[in-house]
Design a protein around this ligand. Structure first.
Ligand SMILES: [Zn+2]
Length: 500
């Protein structure tokens, strides 16, 4: 491990010094201007992050020492205190919390009990879905109705069967219903309660009957209107098979600890720019997590990366021209609420933001950056191509699939150049939102590579002579259409989640 890291550090120095601005074979022109001093600073910073980066230790503290960090929970509060203390210890400026209100904070108070009653008795692997109310005393018991198409129209057309039933939906139902965006999906889930269902079971878990939480908070962090369970995959498949042969009845019971109108804090800290213009880059990620695991990858890795970049900039002594602002958001898992509230509160200075860099795809070794269809971002990244290549992160993806799935989106829609670290997610999706999202899955070298990618890219934008322009509203629309994310954007506008 040590030898590998040393050789990578030497690699950084060798490839970067002579040719940082060289034009590369694919013809994309480097568009950021970095003077010799800025290039040397980048080399120092990259070396610092690989040789002495703190992301791994920070992730361990968040996931092992603090534990799961449900938005608005006591543990989430501990994590914000931890971040404030560390930013202050590192000597950052303007370290503070910024509060916003969530309609409900939610935690499970008891483990659920759940059984199939008909056609025979059998224990089921079910837990309360996030932001579900408790079941009534004595639990919920009823016939199961499988809804294969999770749309408002489908719910209404099955109203008679849904009334008084426990409705089961699974990944296939969601896949058929999600066309056009999450808002329509939440409308359909809400309609199930409106039509008088007794309960709702989400059969979207993965193998080994593990629950996989999604939350049903319809973007604002309020409770769902039905006691809703999350059922493991094998049990879901069993219920579906048995339903083809005759009636199926289940019962379940759980108690959740719910507090209304809770203040949730984002954490903000800065390394002031030397140019005093007020221009800034934002390095961000969400601090909240789901509860069955400890959120080591979703998003311990991202939160740890944010603080590790701050640590490395301070430790290496490099001074960016523009301010580097570090923001840890809450409420991402409830519909990116924390970053949306942040962008609303800071709308007046959004025109000074030259780039947003978000990490939220776990700790596999990075491939590069998602640009969400903003083609000029590739030219800017090209300026530090050798450095990114040495980290294994020299690629750019225009895949728009995740455009509205993490905290860059509130900035992207305002025209700010927005980036999300691109890592493979094949291992990540096996564990995220599940009991197995724990620190043993995190590889120190891979996490350091990702954190270093974030650090050097954000620093390059902070220290460049020029930056990318912000996109106009029309350009944002064209960008979203290019990556087939415009339907989701329209859906979020219709649901008043985002403002144009
Ligand atoms: Zn996440």
């Amino acid at each position: 491990m040590r030898k590998q890291r040393v050789s990578l550090f030497l690699g950084l120095a060798l490839v970067c010094s002579p040719c940082l601005l060289a034009q590369t074979a694919d013809g994309v022109k480097p568009t950021l201007t970095l003077d010799a001093a800025a290039q040397q600073d980048l080399i120092h910073l990259g070396g610092q992050m690989m040789m002495a980066g703190k992301a791994y230790e920070y992730d361990r503290e968040l996931s092992d020492d603090i534990g799961p960090r449900l938005t608005g929970s006591a543990n989430y509060g501990k994590a914000t205190d931890w971040a404030v203390a560390e930013f202050r210890r590192l000597g950052l400026s303007n370290v503070h919390k910024e509060g916003w209100t969530i309609p409900a904070a939610w935690e499970p108070e008891t483990l659920a009990t759940a059984s199939m009653i008909l056609p025979h008795e059998q224990r089921l692997h079910l837990e309360s879905e996030g932001w579900s109310p408790s079941t009534p005393p004595g639990g919920v018991r009823g016939s199961v109705f499988y809804l294969d198409d999770l749309t408002v129209e489908s719910v209404r057309s099955h109203a008679a069967a849904i009334h008084g039933a426990i409705v089961l939906v699974d990944g296939e139902s969601v896949d058929r219903g999600i066309e056009g965006g999450f808002g329509k999906l939440f409308d359909a889930l809400h309609e199930i309660g409106t039509q008088g269902a007794k309960g709702l079971i989400l059969g979207i878990g993965t193998t080994n009957n593990a629950p996989s939480f999604v939350g049903l908070t319809a973007f604002d962090g309020s409770l769902t209107n039905l006691p809703s369970g999350n059922l493991g995959l094998e049990d879901t498949l069993l219920l579906k098979r048995l339903l083809q042969r005759g009636p199926v009845e289940v019962e379940y019971s759980f108690k959740n600890r719910i507090r209304e109108n809770v203040t949730v804090n984002n954490v903000v800290a800065e390394i002031p720019g030397t140019d005093g213009t007020g221009d800034y880059v934002l390095i961000g990620g969400h601090l909240d997590s789901w509860h069955p695991g400890t959120g080591a990858q979703d998003n311990g890795t991202g939160a740890a990366t944010v603080v590790a970049v701050a640590q490395a900039v301070m430790a290496s002594g490099v001074k960016p021209k523009r301010t580097m602002r570090f923001v840890l958001f809450g409420g991402e898992e409830q519909g990116t609420i924390g970053s949306i509230r942040y962008a609303e509160k800071h709308a007046g200075e959004m025109n000074r933001c030259v780039g947003v860099f978000v990490t939220d795809t776990g700790a596999q070794a990075p491939k590069g950056w998602y640009d969400f269809g903003r083609s000029d971002e590739a030219g800017a990244l090209k300026t530090i191509q050798p450095l990114l290549d040495s980290l294994g992160a020299g690629s750019v993806s225009d895949n728009g699939q995740f455009t509205f799935e993490t905290d860059e989106s509130a900035f992207l829609v305002k025209g700010v150049p927005a980036f999300v670290l691109w890592t493979p997610v094949d291992q990540y999706f096996k564990i995220h939102h599940k009991p197995s999202d724990t620190f043993d899955k995190v590889n120190q070298r891979d996490l350091n590579l990702g954190a270093a990618t974030v650090g050097v890219t954000a620093f390059a934008f902070a220290d460049a002579g020029n930056t990318l322009p912000q996109y106009t509203a029309k350009q944002v629309i064209d960008q979203l259409k290019t990556v087939k994310a415009y339907g989701q954007y329209e859906d979020l506008l219709q649901h008043h989640v985002l403002q144009p």
